[in-house]
Design a binder for this molecule. Structure first.
Ligand code: TXA
Ligand code: MG
Length: 342
């Protein structure tokens, strides 16, 4: 964590003040980094065609160079300089799901620098649904490369404060549009294969996609295919700084036992009926998947800040609508010795 924090400017999430957007866009055009809200999580933006600015993103996040970045567009038709090929399939999916939390992997265009794609032949593009994100891309006059605005491998930010806490003064300006409503990252769909492949499950489900194109869910992706196929996917990601474990029922008995040993536990649970031992913290999580997603990262940030020794997360139910959440929980609880070293 950095000592100093960036300037945070409040902006109306529905009708962003053009003067504020122009100030942020000017910073971007000068090669700066601006964090901004999207409908999924906060992004850390730089002009996508500016290799030096993109390099600053990698430095600010401590992101490994082999992990490519999503390019954010302000409309459904990327120019050929960005996406060298825009197939019927891409067009059809963009028509249905954009603006929104779906990222499409397509052949890269000549204006995309190597560091955006990690040297690979493809580029990830998405048109975000958040008015601030769209206004910022339009104001910048170029698509914006923007990963989630957190230190690499940490929990993604859903508020401006999370961004400031994670990135400190490594970002030039943070646009605060309130909490990100979706709460987890976009679905990443690889369109370079038939059928298309879900590389990262997200707010758009494989079932939603399957109504419009042939798609295989990400469970069928073999581990460590190639570096470029799904670079960031199999690594420890979205992980709190505190040891974090999933737990089945009877979490309370375990918390009580740990408390007796002097271990302060933070618990994400579905019911608040049972009391907690002193020193332990609990957050009640919503029983619906979409509300759970919207709450998850903020809850993990809260427990990190509460300085607990261990985070326990009650395992959510099975079911298609929980898939993206199970994916994020698996990453958050991946044992430390399996960390990628990010
Ligand atoms: O919701 C989101 O997608 C957020 C907001 C800010 O848009 N962004 C986000 O970016 O989550 P990031 O960098 O945290 O995650 C991007 C994911 C990574 O897993 C990365 O490996 C993958 O997309 N990715 C990016 N470009 C790719 C490419 N050319 N081929 C395959 N995977 C790619
Ligand atoms: Mg990320």
């Amino acid at each position: 964590m950095n000592g100093m924090t960036a300037e945070i400017v409040s902006v109306d999430p529905e009708r962003p003040d053009p003067a504020i957007i122009e100030r942020a866009a000017r910073l971007l055009r000068a090669g700066g980094l601006v964090a901004f809200p999207t409908e999924t999580v906060y992004g850390l933006g730089a002009i996508a065609t500016d290799a030096a600015a993109v390099a600053r993103i990698f430095a600010a996040k401590g992101r490994p160079a082999h992990n490519p970045i999503i390019v954010h567009l302000a409309d459904r038709d990327p120019p050929l300089a960005i996406a060298a090929e825009w197939s019927e399939r891409a067009r059809a999916l963009a028509d249905v799901f954009w603006p929104g939390p779906l990222t499409l992997i397509v052949p890269r265009g000549p204006s995309i620098p190597d560091n955006v794609t990690a040297g690979g032949p493809t580029v990830a593009v998405r048109m975000p649904a958040h008015p601030v994100a769209l206004a910022l891309v339009r104001g910048a006059g170029q698509p914006l490369a923007a990963p989630s605005a957190n230190r690499s491998s940490r929990v993604s930010p859903t508020t401006a404060r999370h961004v400031a806490r994670s990135l400190g003064d490594a970002v030039d300006l943070i646009l605060d549009g309130g909490p990100a409503s979706g709460g987890i990252e976009s679905t990443v769909l690889d369109l370079t294969s038939v059928p298309a492949h879900v590389l990262r499950p997200g707010l758009v489900s494989a079932n939603d996609l399957a109504r419009f194109t042939e798609v295989t869910p990400n469970s069928s992706v073999p581990p460590r295919q190639t570096t470029f196929r799904s670079p960031g996917m199999l690594e420890r990601h979205y992980a709190p700084t505190v040891p974090t474990e999933l737990t089945d029922a009877a979490a309370h008995a375990r918390v009580a036992k740990l408390a007796m040993e002097g271990i302060r536990v933070g618990l994400l649970r579905f019911s608040s009926e049972l009391g907690l031992p002193p020193g332990c913290r609990a957050i009640e999580m919503p029983p619906e998947a979409s509300r759970y997603a919207a709450r998850l990262y903020a809850a993990l940030h809260e427990l990190e800040e509460a300085d607990v020794d261990l985070i326990l997360i009650e395992r959510p139910p099975a079911g298609a609508q929980w898939l993206a959440i199970h994916d994020r929980l698996a990453r958050a609880t991946c044992p430390r010795d399996l960390r990628s070293g990010e």
